[in-house]
Design a protein around this ligand. Structure first.
Ligand code: SF4
Length: 293
């Protein structure tokens, strides 16, 4: 029986493969001239929005971990420590020079407003950055697909256990929440938590954080729960298997189709857009670096 190792098949990979096979190839398969094997490539200069999102994730992770360690501690101190941890992470990013001065102000302001908004929160964190996995068997080939992921947080929210996913955005909340209604990653997270045994997740809670494009230091917050029924979860398993077969077919044929309609979205342009226009090895060297594994 062929076993696909967990690290080969995660939730975001699944969603990426579903979106565009060429993107999957660039992100996870393509070999960078400076790497020794297939690793995928990523832009050297990260997108400003993505960097901001990663830093806010770090802040919330640090904050909620302290609450898990001691729920009776001083939340104000937890907030300050979380902001400090986030600021210490800034040097690890390559930031567009014209955006760098604003970044620190924006993320401090965001964290400060978040802690004030949720000072009396009906959300109790149970775990942060939790590795999870779910096994899915392909009955045709007898392969077992191990679907792994790292969930932002597991929490009790209004009495039920939810997988919490922090999402930063500049879209409206209506667009953000619609975008994830059929998210394969989310269904995978719910299945994973159920598989792990200790908790049964009611669903996924998006913890939405919205930066307003026209007012840099003003942030809005909203949360949205998603619940999945049995039929949707069965569909999840069949979808994973179907996508995996598609990926195998692309790899066998050495052809990764481009999904042209996905290149430009309301939230930004795909990071591989220049390569899809003109696939030049010199451009790979100049604009991209190997993915870290
Ligand atoms: S630019 Fe478009 S076609 Fe190319 S990888 Fe991105 S989404 Fe796919």
């Amino acid at each position: 029986m062929a076993i696909i190792k967990g690290s080969d098949w995660g939730g975001s990979r699944l969603a990426c493969a579903q979106t565009c096979k060429q993107k999957y190839y660039n992100k996870y398969v393509r070999m960078h001239p400076a790497s020794e094997g297939p690793s995928g490539i990523t832009r050297i200069e990260g997108s400003y929005a993505a960097i901001k999102g990663t830093l806010i994730h770090k802040c919330l992770q640090t904050y909620y971990q302290q609450l898990i360690n001691d729920s009776d501690g001083d939340k104000r101190q937890y907030g300050l420590k979380a902001i400090q941890a986030m600021l210490e992470d800034i040097p690890s990013f390559v930031i567009p020079p014209h955006k760098a001065p604003l970044l620190q102000d924006e993320i401090i302001s965001c964290a400060d407003q978040y802690f004030q908004r949720y000072a009396h929160d009906d959300l109790t964190p149970l775990a942060v950055e939790l590795p999870v996995q779910v096994k899915i068997k392909d009955y045709r080939t007898q392969e077992i697909h191990v679907h792994t992921g790292l969930i932002d947080m597991l929490a009790r929210y209004h009495g039920s256990v939810f997988v919490v996913d922090h999402k930063t955005t500049s879209q409206t909340f209506a667009s953000l929440f619609q975008k994830y209604v059929h998210s394969l990653s989310f269904k995978g997270y719910v299945a994973s938590v159920d598989d792990e045994g200790e908790h049964k997740a009611m669903g996924v809670l998006i913890n939405g954080i919205r930066f307003k494009n026209n007012k840099a230091l003003e942030v809005e917050f909203e949360r949205e729960p998603y619940m999945y029924n049995e039929a949707q979860m069965e569909e999840f398993e069949a979808t994973v298997i179907s996508i995996k077969r598609e990926i195998n077919a692309c790899a066998d044929e050495g052809f990764w189709p481009k999904a042209g309609e996905q290149c430009v979205q309301p939230w930004g342009t795909c990071e591989y857009f220049p390569l899809c226009k003109f696939d030049d090895p010199a451009m790979v060297n100049a604009l991209y670096k190997p993915n870290e594994r």
